[in-house]
Design a binder for this molecule. Structure first.
Ligand SMILES: [Zn+2]
Length: 267
């Protein structure tokens, strides 16, 4: 069992009906979760949350649209909270609330999707189009390519049968599974440590699994592929039904985070 700590590093607000179909117009908090794992091979982060770099990256148009449509509040960036040295960072996907703090960890080795990285660097996409997809390339450190291992370059492995219907995946640091969760964004991967499955934005609210509660159809505007998104939710529902030992942790679910942040020391 590895020591896992969970933090909320900033949040933005959205009307509830966007996050949950049938929800109210009331603005609800959309926290950005980060997990730090003390692994025998070094300290590892799952995503970075927001950082002050987000505000720099969204000062001018078109990037400013991002900050205007999702107003962000940040008390303290992760680098001011953590006291330990971070050796590795796993990035689930390239949305700004997941990669925002990368520049604050200049010595960490990064694991992420090649597809997501290449999209962020694509010359064929305009700044506006990248902003629309939630990608702010200036959040990436300049020496990113020297410090990265792309998931797609790792050897694909068979996952344990206890993770059915997830069959194929990858592993990092010997015993951490990396599993593709398509639909929400290009190259989105989840990370399984012990029995904790960090699923990033595969769902926004745990009720999508426990009650089949889906987000508003309008969110299809920001999803990469709605059909893939629903298929991934179905797989997570099956996993949850077959294996209740696995704790499924979405990045932006207040209910889930309340449960883990309170007892983060003994997770
Ligand atoms: Zn996202």
């Amino acid at each position: 069992m590895q020591n896992i700590e969970i933090y909320e590093i900033g949040y933005c607000k959205h009307p509830e009906f966007m996050v949950l179909r049938g929800g109210s117009f009331k603005s609800v908090k959309f926290p950005a979760m980060v997990a730090s794992i003390e692994h025998k091979k070094g300290n590892l982060l799952f995503d970075t949350g927001y950082s002050i770099h987000f505000f720099d990256a969204t000062k001018n148009f078109p990037e400013k649209f991002y900050a205007l449509t999702t107003p962000v509040t940040l008390d303290k960036p992760l680098c001011e909270i953590l006291t330990k040295k971070i050796d590795y960072i796993f990035i689930s996907h390239f949305h700004a609330d997941h990669i925002g703090g990368l520049k604050d960890f200049p010595n960490a080795h990064i694991f992420c999707s090649k597809e997501a990285y290449e999209l962020s660097q694509s010359k064929k996409l305009s700044r506006f189009s990248k902003t629309k997809q939630g990608i702010l390339p200036t959040l990436l450190p300049e020496d990113f390519e020297q410090r990265v291992t792309f998931i797609e370059d790792l050897k694909e492995i068979d996952l344990p049968s206890s993770l059915y219907p997830f069959i194929k995946g990858y592993s990092i640091l010997d015993d951490i599974y990396i599993i593709e969760l398509p639909g929400h964004a290009h190259g989105q991967y989840g990370m399984l440590v012990d029995n904790y499955f960090f699923i990033s934005d595969a769902i926004w609210n745990i009720r999508a699994i426990t009650e089949n509660a889906k987000p508003n159809i309008l969110t299809s505007l920001i999803m990469k592929d709605m059909k893939e998104y629903y298929l991934t939710i179905e797989k997570l529902q099956i996993l949850h039904k077959n294996n209740s030992e696995i704790e499924i942790i979405p990045t932006h679910c207040t209910k889930t985070l309340d449960k883990y942040i309170k007892k983060s020391n003994d997770v």
